[in-house]
Design a binder for this molecule. Sequence first.
Ligand code: PGA
Length: 242
Amino acid sequence: MVAGNWKLHGSLQLIDRFAAALLGNAAVETLLLPPALYLAAMRERGLDAKLGVQNVHAAQTGAHTGEIAAEMAVELGASHALVGHSERRRDCLETNAAVAAKFHAARRAALAPILCVGETLDERRAGEENDVVRAQLEAVFEAGAPTADDVIAYEPVWAIGTGETATPAQAQAMHGFIRDVLRGTPARIIYGGSVHPGNAAALFAEQDVDGGLVGGASLDPAQFNSIIEAAAEANQQKHADA
Ligand code: PGA
């Protein structure tokens, strides 16, 4: 899977550029996560990608000004929802418990959740990265194991938007740890944090890296296409090796 998280970026003009240039690949599940306001416009343009939202509220309806429900996202054509992105954990003070509620709200609406986990630089320096990620996973999955529809995105906070990327070995170590904590889950585990055309192939070649969650490089169709290509090649290689 290659998912593009547009964050607070995008415009109708960018959507038109993507409609003209995005090259899907049948071997790679491709997803774009624009600001939710743009879902309808993206669906109308018939982009060669699934659509998702960057956040949902835990409730289906209610007095929650400014929020969107998972059911609304489904109605507008979304198939996936990010939950627990580190920027929301930081800016909106989302706790592990709040993230778990959003995760289950997505499932309630049959929106496949993409759960973001990852440690800060201070936590890594203190050698706490595994404990932090384990706690983030356990808060969500104590109610039940992940399914094949769920996606986990490992995004070390120190690598997001910084130009600094986890090495393929660091990514593999954490993805392997996540798979162990989740007892060999069928959920895909994708990596995020400064993925770009120059490092995607090496990251995706790792055994437990099942794709990428891409921020900055997902705003440029040519860069995003080449990351999708890298995923397709890694996928083919892994099947050949199996
Ligand atoms: P980045 O963002 O690729 O710009 O580092 C990744 C993310 O936050 O999902």
